[in-house]
Design a protein around this ligand. Structure first.
Ligand code: PXG
Length: 450
């Protein structure tokens, strides 16, 4: 194929494209390959499908691209960097971009988060954070602290640490004999009887944080290393923390010397109207994981931010010795670092976190306007994260949600479904007319679909 053909935006619509070899992630491969939904380019709030149709994106990529697709400033920074330093080994050698980005991130984070470890994804950030927590207790003379506590209905990526503390049975069941030992789970806070149609933080559910005390009583605090939660659970369907819930978790962890990890892979970088959700909720953890919005989704990258005391605890032993035997070939990759730096500039220059905060009420009103629409049993939201939960079909859970996704795509709207929950994560600069357009399509599709 000629270079021109590769650059032709609809060339890949070519029916000769063979779909067989690619084993797609988190996809019903056979159904997809029978009826593919293909996108080929993106600009701002829209994808372009291979048949030339514009598709309005309601998930900012996959919660990744809050500043809009193909943002020219980030594109330019990546183009420039890739031609200057394509790759730099990060073990025992450095390059300026990674240091600069780490410094910028620590400035955005709450006070005291002075250090940053780079990964290439959210899953790697989570497993890195868990290893840092376990290692911290080793180096501070508490080697029995090896247990980890996660939560039901949580998603922490797909690596072994992440699925072990994670709380989605679909990601665990095939591997249940091989998960990390000594992991425990808090109950989730999803309760339609108490919290249906909550706007913002639900009032009911803070007491569920006390379940941590039960786990501690049973296992003993001297054995527990860390608790990991998403401040707002994303993939499980936007589960907003009840009022006072996170503060209670923090207080219990403090009382028992347990590290608190916030998995902010979705919630960081404006998604809830602040740089980090912990700032919005005013509950500060010990370790923060991020990815997605760090580079606006343009280049894969994750980061783990840690408090000074944690980093300092590792900095012992002889100076020539490696302090933490962990890292990835692509940790702090120069092109990803350039994308990250440009992304942080864009967030700042365009005031996107403030924008998200201003858009929150418009989004809330727009999404809640679907209350009463056919099949809808709950709507919830915080920041620019929202979910519409549908009544599952009897004997066929998940199919209704999937059909809504497919029909919306046919009508020019990308909507993500997790089983029968439709999830929304609009661009930080979305406008009222786009919110209305998106939810009008969803309403019409819901009326049509069985
Ligand atoms: N933690 C959280 C909180 C996430 O949301 C990960 C870790 C893993 O990140 P990587 O980069 O390894 O994928 C995520 C990822 C969905 C969906 O449907 C969300 C994610 C991944 C796949 C699907 O909402 N989030």
């Amino acid at each position: 194929m000629s270079l021109e053909a590769l650059n032709d935006p609809i060339s890949h619509a070519d029916s000769a494209l063979n779909l067989n070899a690619y084993w797609m992630p988190f996809t019903a491969n056979r159904a997809f390959k029978d009826n593919p939904r293909m996108i080929e380019s993106a600009d701002g709030f829209y994808y372009t499908a291979t048949d030339g149709r514009k598709i309005l994106d309601t998930l900012s990529g996959l919660w990744t691209s809050g500043a809009g697709h193909c943002h020219p400033k980030i594109v330019k920074a990546v183009q420039k960097q890739v031609a200057k330093l394509d790759y730099a080994v990060s073990f025992q050698i450095g390059h300026p971009g990674a240091f600069e980005l780490a410094e910028r991130l620590t400035k955005l984070a709450p006070e005291g988060f002075d250090h940053c470890f780079f990964t290439n994804s959210g899953s790697e950030a989570v497993d890195t954070a868990l290893k840092i927590a376990l290692g911290y207790h080793q180096v501070t003379g508490n080697p029995t602290r090896t247990h980890l506590v996660g939560r039901e209905k949580s998603y922490h990526g797909v690596n072994f640490g992440g699925i072990s503390v994670g709380g989605l049975s679909a990601t665990r069941k095939m591997f249940s004999g091989s998960l990390l030992p000594n992991t425990h789970h808090l109950p989730h806070t999803h309760n339609l009887e108490q919290n249906a149609y909550s706007r913002g933080q639900p009032k009911w559910g803070a007491h569920l944080a006390d379940e941590l005390e039960r786990i501690i009583t049973l296992q003993d605090a001297s054995n527990i290393a860390a608790v990991i939660v998403e401040p707002v659970a994303g993939s499980a369907g936007v589960l907003v923390p009840p009022v006072d819930y996170l503060r209670k978790l923090r207080e219990i962890c403090d009382r028992h010397g347990i590290l608190l990890i916030f998995d902010e892979v979705i919630t960081a970088f404006g998604r809830v109207g602040a740089a980090f959700a912990c700032q919005r909720f005013d509950v500060i953890p010990d370790i923060i994981t991020t990815a997605k919005g760090l580079t606006n989704g343009m280049i894969p990258m994750g980061a783990v931010l840690v408090r000074k005391e944690i980093y300092d605890a590792f900095m012992n032993g002889p100076e020539y010795a490696i302090e933490f035997f962990h890292g990835y070939t692509y940790s702090g990759h120069p092109v990803a670092a350039a994308a990250g730096l440009a992304t942080l500039d864009v967030y700042e220059e365009e005031g996107l976190f403030e924008c998200a905060r201003e858009n929150e009420k418009i989004f809330e009103d727009a999404i809640h306007s679907l209350q009463g629409t056919r099949h809808v049993i709950d709507i919830r939201n915080i920041g620019l994260m929202g979910a519409i939960e549908l009544e599952p079909r009897e004997d066929d859970p998940g199919v209704r949600g999937y059909e809504v996704h497919k029909q919306c795509f046919a009508e020019g709207l990308l909507v993500r479904n997790g089983m029968d929950i439709l999830m929304f994560s609009p661009f930080l600069r979305f406008t009222q007319d786009l919110f209305e357009k998106a939810f009008d399509i969803v309403t019409n599709v819901l009326k049509k679909i069985d």
